[in-house]
Design a protein around this ligand. Structure first.
Ligand code: PGA
Length: 259
C-alpha cells in the first residue's frame, strides 16, 4: 500500500508575514493527520523561517526549484545543498511553469533530479502534456519522452527515492481538472514506464501524484482511483481552510461512503 502524499505548491505567493500566519494555523489544523503525508512547497526565501515553524510538526517542507550545480558563479540560482541546509526535505523539479515559462528541457530536468538526490532531497518530478498534445493523441508519447529523458541514468534504487507528479498543463490553474479516469490512465502509463526501467517492486511502491485544479470538491473522487497516490495542489493550497479540507479528504470520504 502506498501512503498518500498531499503537497501544496504555493508558487510565487506569500510574504513572510502572510506565510507565518498561514503556517501557524495550518500546522495546528493538521497536527493529528497520520494517514497521509503532508508537504508544503514554498518560495525559496521562506524555506528557512518556515522550517523553524514546522520543526517537530508532521508537515514536511519543500522548495519549488533548484539549480543542478552544488555551488559556483551562478548568480540568482539556488543549490540543493543550500535547500537541505535550511531544512527542506523535498524539491519540485520540472514543474510545467519551469518548463514552459523558463524553458527547462528534459535534459535540464534530468540534471536537476540528480542534484536533488545528491543533496538528500526527495524530488517531486513533474510531467504532463499540453492541450494540443492531448488533442493530437500524443499524451502517451509525451509522458514516455518526459519519463525516459528525465530518468535517464538513474538506478532502480534512486528512482525509489522519488515522487512523480502528473500534471496535465491544460489543467493547471485553469479550473479544468482531468477526470479521475483520464488521470488514472495517465498514471498507469507512467507506472508502466517506471516498471520497465526500475522493475515492478519500485514501480508499485512509487507515489504518483495528480496535479491540476485540485480542490476540496474534487479531491475525494480523484483519490478513489487506484493509481492516484496523492495530489500536488497550487491555487487551493493558498488558503488554510481549503488546503486542510484537501489534506483531510478521507474524512469526507468516510462520511460519504454508504455503510
Ligand atoms: P493548480 O496548480 O492546483 O493551481 O492548478 C497545480 C500545480 O501547478 O502544481
Amino acid at each position: 500500500m502506498r501512503k498518500p502524499l498531499i503537497a501544496g505548491n504555493w508558487k510565487m505567493h506569500k510574504t513572510l508575514g502572510e506565510a507565518t500566519e498561514y503556517v501557524l494555523g495550518f500546522r495546528d489544523a493538521v497536527a493529528d493527520v497520520v494517514v497521509v503525508d503532508v508537504l508544503l512547497c514554498v518560495p525559496a526565501p521562506l524555506c528557512s523561517p518556515i522550517a523553524k515553524l514546522l520543526k517537530d510538526s508532521n508537515v514536511r517542507l519543500g522548495a519549488q526549484n533548484l539549480y543542478w550545480e552544488p555551488k559556483g558563479a551562478f548568480t540568482g540560482e539556488i543549490s540543493g545543498p543550500m535547500l537541505e541546509s535550511v531544512g527542506c526535505n523535498y524539491v519540485i523539479v520540472g514543474h510545467s511553469e519551469r518548463r514552459h515559462i523558463f524553458g527547462e528541457t528534459d535534459e535540464m530536468v534530468n540534471r536537476k533530479l540528480r542534484a536533488a538526490l545528491d543533496a538528500y532531497l526527495t524530488p517531486v518530478f513533474c510531467i504532463g502534456e499540453k492541450i494540443e498534445e492531448r488533442e493530437a493523441g500524443e499524451t502517451d508519447n509525451v509522458l514516455t519522452r518526459q519519463i525516459t529523458e528525465g530518468l535517464k541514468g538513474f538506478s532502480a534504487d534512486e528512482i525509489a527515492k522519488m515522487v512523480i507528479a502528473y500534471e496535465p498543463v491544460w489543467a493547471i490553474g485553469t479550473g479544468v481538472t482531468a477526470t479521475p479516469n483520464q488521470a488514472n490512465d495517465a498514471h498507469r502509463v507512467v507506472r508502466e514506464l517506471v516498471k520497465a526501467q526500475a522493475g515492478e517492486a519500485v514501480a508499485e511502491a512509487l507515489r504518483i501524484l495528480y496535479g491540476g485544479s485540485v480542490k476540496p470538491d474534487n479531491i475525494v473522487e480523484l483519490m478513489r482511483e487506484a493509481e492516484i497516490d496523492g495530489a500536488l495542489v497550487g491555487g487551493a493550497s493558498l488558503s488554510v481552510e481549503s488546503f486542510v479540507k484537501i489534506v483531510t479528504y478521507y474524512e469526507t470520504e468516510a462520511t460519504e461512503t454508504p455503510q
